[in-house]
Ligand binder design. Structure first.
Ligand code: NAI
Ligand code: NA
Length: 399
């Protein structure tokens, strides 16, 4: 069938398999162009492997250091005239390319928060890889059903203490307007968000993997966080999601303790603000990203998820002398170029000026919009969207 984008708010309901394949190929080419990641990971589990930072982590590991990868994600294959999700097509593309390159790649589709999927993953590691030497934790979800209690938690994106008013953009229409977001009404909004996006599930994974004996001596695990500029603090770092990120970061010493006897180590990497399915759902942030892109592209320091993850692996996690550079709070920082003083000063200046009228001139809203559609396999160079696409693409390792 001919597949066109169909959007509802910040969600795209359709996805293009050929575009997804080309986008994955482009990421692979980038990683190859950077050369081998020396002393890189060899057997890798990526939890949240189908889109965004997780997909790029998987590609960086596989094509940067010939790693065997197992990817866990929650996606939908095509069914009854409905197409699959973008992450499904990305994973189909990734496995196809990995297998053609002679690399082991298998995937598990299901709820990573559940005990069942953890068990299934452990069985697969035991059967095929024996052990893994890197575990990437890159889940982003609005919901989590707790595996021990069955309680279903929903996260919220709200400020804490007082309401927050700032500029925001509808990137489909290009209208910049003020948005006011009411603060949390109760502690539960905070604790629910921490239950979904905090560190407990990462800890459950590492505990289960360790107990099963499938973590290799010297294993590393990394999860992703965000800080960003002061202008988004009320909605991000000081808001409900920020409390979850604090919890995630506070899990690092707990995991380090757990991994001590394996000489293993855990990290949080603070990544750059980027267009992904998750970040497009946060108010204010897309407008900030549009200005950030404009400034960083002009300076030649702009990166996408694959540039970020290749740099994370090559320059942080797997350095030649084995040293991992950390900030004063013990975190890896690949948001360093985003947070550079000159970049932030320019973004802040533009933020004060930005309006509907000058949006296309002083921001990279067009780049934001294009990248958003790219996430779903649309507007990818070299793809003929007038041609029939086979929406029925399968992930080879999933029956
Ligand atoms: P994303 O939405 O692109 O990826 C989320 C992944 O989680 C997908 O593979 C999805 O299938 C998987 N997933 C969601 N629920 C699942 C479930 N129940 N079971 C199994 N898999 C499930 O998100 P993105 O942006 O790559 O986020 C990954 C991490 O990076 C998050 O912790 C996020 O906070 C963090 N981060 C994101 C930044 C951004 O600007 N996008 C910046 C810095 C950090
Ligand atoms: Na991800």
């Amino acid at each position: 069938m001919i597949i066109q984008p169909r959007t509802r708010g910040f969600i795209c309901l359709t996805a293009h398999p050929d575009g997804a394949l080309q986008a994955v190929k482009n990421q692979i080419e980038y990683v190859k162009s950077k050369g081998e990641i020396k002393n890189g990971p060899k057997k890798v589990l990526v939890i949240g492997a189908s889109t965004g930072f997780g997909l790029s982590s998987r590609i960086a590991a596989a094509f940067g250091s010939d790693a065997a990868t197992i990817g866990v994600f929650f996606e939908k294959p095509a069914s009854e005239g409905k197409m699959g999700t973008a992450g499904w097509y990305n994973s189909a593309a990734f496995e196809k390319e990995a297998h053609e390159a002679g690399l082991y790649a298998k995937s598990i589709n299901g709820d990573a928060f559940s005990d069942e999927i953890k068990k299934e993953t452990i069985e697969l590691i035991k059967k095929d890889l024996g052990q893994v030497d890197l575990v990437v934790y890159s889940l982003a979800s609005p919901r989590r059903t707790h595996p021990k209690t069955g309680v279903a938690y929903s996260s919220v994106l709200k400020p804490i203490g007082q309401s927050f008013t700032n500029k925001t953009v509808d990137f489909h229409t290009g209208v910049v307007s003020d948005i006011t977001i009411a603060p949390v009404e109760n502690e539960e909004d905070i604790s629910n968000t921490v239950a979904v996006m905090g560190g407990e599930d990462w800890k459950f994974w590492i505990e289960d993997l360790k107990a099963a004996g499938v973590l290799a001596e010297g294993v590393k695990t990394v999860a992703y966080s965000y800080i960003g500029p002061e202008l988004t603090f009320p909605i991000y770092r000081n808001g409900t999601i920020g409390q979850a990120k604090n919890d995630l970061e506070a899990t690092v010493p707990v995991l380090n303790d757990l991994l001590k006897d394996l000489n293993g180590v855990s990290y949080v990497s603070v990544n750059k603000a980027l267009v992904t399915q998750s970040s497009s759902a946060i108010p204010v942030v897309p407008l900030y990203i549009s200005l950030l892109y404009k400034v960083m592209k002009a300076k030649g320091t702009h990166e996408g998820t694959i540039e970020q993850m290749q740099r994370l692996f090559a320059d942080r996690l797997y350095t030649e002398n084995g040293e991992v550079a950390l900030d004063e709070a013990g975190r890896i920082r690949v948001d360093d170029w985003e947070m550079a003083d000159d970049v932030q000063a320019e973004v802040a200046k533009l933020w004060n000026q930005i309006s509907t009228e000058n949006l296309s001139e002083i921001s990279d809203i067009e780049g934001y919009r294009k990248e958003f559609f790219n996430l779903f396999g649309f507007e990818i160079d070299g793809i003929d969207y007038e041609k029939d696409a086979n929406e029925n693409v399968q992930v080879p390792s999933i029956e």
